[in-house]
Design a protein around this ligand. Sequence first.
Ligand SMILES: C[S@@+](CC[C@H](N)C(=O)[O-])C[C@H]1O[C@@H](n2cnc3c(N)ncnc32)[C@H](O)[C@@H]1O
Length: 395
Amino acid sequence: MTNDGHTETVRRLIGAAGGTARGLADAVTRLGPQRVVPVLANEVMFRCGPARNHIPVTAELVIGFGADATTVAMAFPTGKPVTAAGDSDGPMVMTFEVDAVDLVRELFGPARGRTTGLGRITMHTTNPDGSPDWAVGAAASVVADQLVVACTAQKPDLGTVALAYDSDKWGALHWFAAHYDRHFAPLRDDAVTVLEIGIGGYGFQDGGGSLRMWRRYFHRGEVYGLDIFDKSHIEDLRMGTLVGDQSDAAVLREIAERYGPFDVVIDDGSHVNEHILTSFRALFPYVRAGGFYVIEDLWTTFQPGFGGRDTPGSSPGTSLDLLKRIVDGLHHEEHTAAGEPSYADLHVVGLHVYHNIAFLEKGVNAEGGIPAWVPQGHEVISAMYPKKDPATGAS
Ligand SMILES: C[S@@+](CC[C@H](N)C(=O)[O-])C[C@H]1O[C@@H](n2cnc3c(N)ncnc32)[C@H](O)[C@@H]1O
C-alpha cells in the first residue's frame, strides 16, 4: 500500500464505520484531523473518477472537526483524474462542507444509498455584478454532482465503474461486469480482501484499471494485485501491488500467508492453462468460506499457444477440464467407486460458468450422499421400470 501510516488509519476508520455512532466518533477524535483528513481527501478525489466538466475548474471540500475545519482544494481537469489543486487550475466553483464523522460513515460504512443532506453546498457561479456566469455554472453543476456523489454512500454498478476506471471487464473486449455484479453484490458492504492475479499493462504500460475498479466497487475493501512485473508506482490507499509469478506455487502460498485469507481471488494473469491450474491449487485454500475464486479468459482452453487444445471435449490440463472435473467433484459423495476426495471436491459448493469466466464458490461440500433407503440398486430400478419391447411396447 502507498503509505503505512495512512493504511493503518484507513483500516481503523473502516472498522469504526461499521460499528456504533459513539465508537466511530471516538475513533475519529482519537485519530485527529492530521491523520483523518489526508485519507478522506484521497478517497474522495479517487471516487470522483475522471473530471467530466467541459472546462478546468476547482472546488473545495471543507472537512469539519467540531469547531475546527480543514479545507482541501481539488482540481477537476477535464477528462483527467481529480487531484489536489494548485494556483492555476481554474476558477473555484463550489464549496462542500461536511463533518468528518459523517463523511467517514458515508465513505467507509455500509452503504445506505443517501445522496443528499450530508453537508452544506455553496455554489460560486456568478459574475462580480451578480449575474450568472453560464459557462462556469455548467462546469460547476457537473463538479457538484461528482463531488457530492463521491462523498455519499453509493453503490454504482460494476459496468459504470469499469468504464470510469479503464478496466476492460465491460465493453468491447469482455462482458464480465454483469456476472461479477450478480455474484459480488452480497459482499459489497463487507470489508473484503481481494487478490487479483494480473494488474495489466505487462512490462510496457502502467495498467491497474481493474484494481482501481475493485477499490471503487468494494468501498470498504482492500485490493491487492499480483503481477510478474513491478507495478508499485500505481499503489494507492486500499490498493496494493505484489510482484510474483503465478506459476510458482511457493510464491503464491507465501503471499497468501501474508495477505490472506481472501474473500475473492481473481485469475486474470497469464491465462496459460498450466498456470491457471497451479494458481487455483495454491490459492483456493486461502479463500474464506462464502468467498469466490474466479477464473477469467477460459478461451485459452482452445489455444495451443496457451497450453490448450483446439477441439471441444476432453482436454486434460486445461481450465475447462478443471471445471468439468469440479462438476464431478461437487458430487463426490455420490461416487460409487470414490477414491479420496480432493481439497476442491470437499470445498467447492457452487460453480457458475459463463462465456469465458467461471465463479467457484467456497464452502464445505458435505451435505451427505443420497441415503441408502432411496431406491438406487440396478435390481430395484429394473423392477420399477422393466424394459419394454420397443416394437410392441410390452414389458
Ligand atoms: C490481462 S492483463 C490483466 C488486466 C487487469 N486484470 C485488468 O482487468 O485491468 C494480464 C497481466 O498478467 C501479467 N502476467 C503475465 N504472466 C504472469 C505470471 N506468470 N504471473 C503473474 N502475472 C503475470 C501481465 O504482466 C499482465 O499485466
